[in-house]
Ligand binder design. Structure first.
Ligand SMILES: C[S@@+](CC[C@H](N)C(=O)[O-])C[C@H]1O[C@@H](n2cnc3c(N)ncnc32)[C@H](O)[C@@H]1O
Length: 241
């Protein structure tokens, strides 16, 4: 009986992994990300002002304050700002804040939300295809790197972010963990989706030093159906000697 059970578990896991890999292939080669995220933004499909999301934002700001203190954090870049809920929180801590998104609608929603904040500038930018201009003290990449499909593309994005940071600048990554059945999938080396693989990939690059990593909830497992387990990771730009 237990061998039948384990056979069924294996079949189920293989099915989920194959289905996931197919979705990655589709997203990488057959989907126009700009259109997808524009539709999501226009529909207002995501709510980043919910209590759980605001708690996630507050946790991240606390972790950064532990490293950078309560004075201004200088010039800051936020990748994937969506409708600017986090942007608005972050702006009060920076001398300048450049918020960007692949979706023009998300950019205009952020610009309206932050219209009263003169230090916020909103830019339309695809982190995969466009250059990232500037020299920042901090870069926030929150819940955005999971949408870059493939080791090659993520490695390029990592190099671009490193180039846009000052020496000893901080990179803050948050993202969701994959479902347990997908975390050990055989293709994860080539397809580093899910925050565990993304953090490992950044940690392997010469340009970064991992300073801090934490899971939320601390068990590392999902907090109900609408909030997948998250990881926050802080990296410092590392100049190889
Ligand atoms: C899940 S939301 C995260 C919102 C916010 N950063 C937070 O954590 O509360 C992801 C955002 O990233 C944007 N995005 C996805 N791919 C992107 C890309 N290649 N370049 C820039 N923004 C992207 C989406 O349009 C969306 O607004």
């Amino acid at each position: 009986m237990s061998s039948v059970r384990s056979l069924l578990d294996n079949l189920h896991r293989n099915y989920l992994q194959t289905r996931y890999l197919a979705s990655v292939v589709r997203n990488r080669w057959f989907v126009d990300s700009k259109q997808v995220f524009e539709r999501i933004s226009v529909a207002g499909a995501w709510d980043y002002s919910s209590q759980l999301e605001r708690e996630r934002h507050a946790r991240v700001l606390t972790r950064v304050a532990e490293r950078r203190g309560d004075n201004s954090w200088g010039r800051v870049l936020e990748l994937g700002c969506y409708d600017g809920v986090f942007t608005q929180e972050l702006a009060t801590r920076c001398s300048t804040l450049t918020a960007c998104d692949i979706s023009p609608d998300a950019c205009s929603r952020t610009a309206s939300r932050c219209a009263h904040l003169p230090n916020v500038q909103v830019t339309h930018l695809n982190i995969e295809k466009d250059e990232i201009a500037g020299a920042y003290d901090l870069v926030f990449a929150m819940d955005v790197l999971n949408y870059i499909y493939g080791r090659d593309r993520l490695t390029k994005v990592s190099a671009k972010i490193a180039a846009a940071l000052q020496p000893n600048g901080l990179l803050i990554i948050t993202d969701c963990r994959l479902a347990p059945e997908l975390r050990e999938a055989w293709f994860r080396r080539w397809v580093p989706t899910g925050v565990d693989s993304i953090v490992s990939l950044f940690a392997e690059q010469l340009g970064w030093r991992l300073l801090h990593r934490e899971s939320h909830p601390p068990s590392g497992e999902d907090a109900g159906p609408h909030y997948m387990a998250h990881v926050t990771a802080l990296f410092e730009k590392n100049i190889p000697i």
